[in-house]
Design a protein around this ligand. Structure first.
Ligand code: SF4
Length: 288
């Protein structure tokens, strides 16, 4: 099967090949967390905000109603924590709205998927938004929910915007004049100019090295303070090592069993919801 490489997958491999293996080869789920659900809910609300047919923004009330409709409840410790995240999300959207409503314009693309055949693998991804400015230039925008701006060095080394630049060329034959990370929590943009050809070649070479490592089955651990924290510490041999091989293996086995129990619970909950919608669902599944 052809290797599919997204920005997230490639950067996970670069930071820790073993974390990549757990997630993309072994298929271990990333446990739900408040931050994942919060980020996805904001993305969904903004996708709706810009995915309109008319060049007028919806009202703030409509946007906040939409947020509640697409709010993801998974991963919160309790209702109080969820309420506090929801209230924060409302504040974030309100300040986004006040800053952006006066120059609202329909984007040329929202949540644009791409799949680009590269050197022996498929480069895949989703671009949050592409704007066309009155002077005819284009801007790629990717929403971020970090609490603060990352270090400039990390931003310059990051692969995401150059990947989107390559995708724009492939999809529409354009080079965006601006590529922007929009930090929603601080309502601040980080904008860069497009990379030159040499720099794009370096990006391609980095991605090819990642693809080669994956194809060769090279997944050494690279213990590092991942941000957000690594979701696989419970099954990682570098973290569960108790100095005794038997204890270590038992601890990893326990962690995997716990994950299986959680997955079973999730599947049962989904089946319950599906059965409410369609009482024949399970009998049809069995017959397939
Ligand atoms: S715990 Fe550390 S070494 Fe293990 S998979 Fe995560 S980042 Fe890699």
């Amino acid at each position: 099967m052809e290797l599919r490489l997204s920005y997230t997958a490639a950067s996970t491999y670069e930071r820790c090949p073993l974390a990549y293996r757990f997630q993309y080869v072994d298929g271990l789920e990333v446990p739900p967390s408040p931050y994942l659900s919060f980020g996805r809910s904001l993305h969904a609300a903004l996708e709706w905000f810009y995915g309109r047919d008319v060049p007028e923004p919806p009202s703030l009330e409509e946007l906040l109603t939409r947020l509640e409709e697409c709010w993801e409840s998974e991963g919160y410790a309790d209702e109080e924590e969820e309420r506090s995240f929801l209230s924060h999300a409302r504040e974030v959207l309100e300040s986004f709205y006040l800053r952006n409503r006066d120059h609202f314009r329909l984007p040329v693309a929202v949540e644009q998927r791409f799949e680009i055949p590269m050197d022996g693998y498929l480069l895949t991804g989703v671009i949050d938004r592409v704007d066309r400015h009155p002077d005819g230039s284009y801007e790629v925008i990717d929403y971020k929910t970090n609490r603060r701006l990352p270090e400039l060095r990390r931003l310059r080394e990051d692969l995401q915007l150059p990947i989107y630049q390559m995708a724009c060329r492939e999809l529409w034959g354009i080079t965006p004049a601006k590529l922007t990370f929009y930090y929603l929590l601080i309502n601040q943009r980080f904008t860069t100019s497009p990379r030159d050809e040499d720099s794009l070649l370096d990006v391609r070479a980095r991605l090819s090295r990642v693809a080669e490592g994956i194809r060769a089955g090279k997944f050494p651990p690279n213990p590092n303070p991942l941000r957000p924290p690594c979701p696989f510490t419970d099954v990682c041999p570098t973290r569960t090592s108790a100095g005794d091989l038997r204890e270590e293996l038992e601890s990893r086995r326990r962690a995997l069993l716990e994950r299986r129990r959680n997955l079973d619970r999730l599947i049962q909950e989904l089946e319950r919801q599906l059965l409410e919608l369609d009482p024949e669902f399970l009998s049809r599944e069995d017959g397939e």
